[in-house]
Write a protein that binds this ligand. Structure first.
Ligand code: DX5
Ligand code: ZN
Length: 216
């Protein structure tokens, strides 16, 4: 599944940008929420999630790069988030946080930074519907892809088979036409791409080419 990140969209025309990627074949919309504490950048909140909800029928994949996410998870789900991911590094009671997301009717996700080992989330894999492997340090769009992080995708894909887990493996950061095949071969099922889509001229041609490279 292809999940364009609106971080690189033109915010003066957000509704049009979302409708354009939907028409171009996107499968979900990735919304990057940053609080200026967990990451140095500050972006959007539940009001934008609610607005995105009115612009598209696609599910929203809300990536919370914030401290103390428990306090605002209910608001994001009420605003229309289908998938909610929290950072393992920001959650001292990760299991409780993931279960809160599920209890409120959304799909629970856990994201890990490039420097965080996969082992740190082994104990909560049964509690999540989605694992987000960051291939850039979170905070900004358009950063270079860190390919070493794909080793975690490979490890996780094996674990999913071995433990018969039912979860999606998402890669977020620096995914573009040029590297999407390598990302897919590692075992990724959801591909987030911000600048790789929104900074190209023809969204339909870009997403089509990405999907072509996925069918190997
Ligand atoms: C990084 C965000 C990513 C980012 C991806 O902090 O979580 O979702 O928008 O953007 P690109 O694809 O440009 O790296
Ligand atoms: Zn993201």
């Amino acid at each position: 599944m292809i999940a364009p990140s609106i971080l690189s969209a033109d915010f003066t025309r957000l509704g049009d940008e979302i409708r354009a990627v939907e028409a171009a074949g996107a499968d979900m919309i990735h919304v990057d929420v940053m609080d200026g504490h967990f990451v140095p950048n500050l972006t959007v909140g539940p009001m934008i999630v609610e607005a995105v909800q009115r612009a598209t029928r696609l599910p929203q994949d809300v990536h919370l790069m914030i401290e103390n996410p428990e306090a605002s998870i209910p608001e994001y789900i009420k605003a229309g988030a289908h998938w909610v991911s929290v950072h393992a590094e920001a959650c001292p009671h990760l299991q409780r946080t993931l279960n809160l997301i599920r209890d409120l009717g959304a799909q629970s996700g856990v994201a890990i930074n490039p420097a965080t080992p996969l082992e740190s989330i082994h104990p909560v894999l049964e509690d999540c519907d989605l694992v987000v492997i960051m291939t850039v340090p979170p905070g900004f769009g358009g950063q270079p892809f860190i390919s070493q992080a794909l080793n975690k995708v490979r490890e996780l894909a094996l674990l999913v088979q071995k433990r018969k887990l039912s979860l999606e493996i998402e890669v977020d950061g620096g995914v573009k036409i040029d590297n999407i095949k390598e990302v897919a071969e590692a075992g990724t099922t959801i591909f987030v791409s911000g600048s790789g889509i929104f900074k190209t001229k023809n969204y339909a041609a870009t997403i089509q080419e990405m999907k072509k490279r996925l069918s190997f």
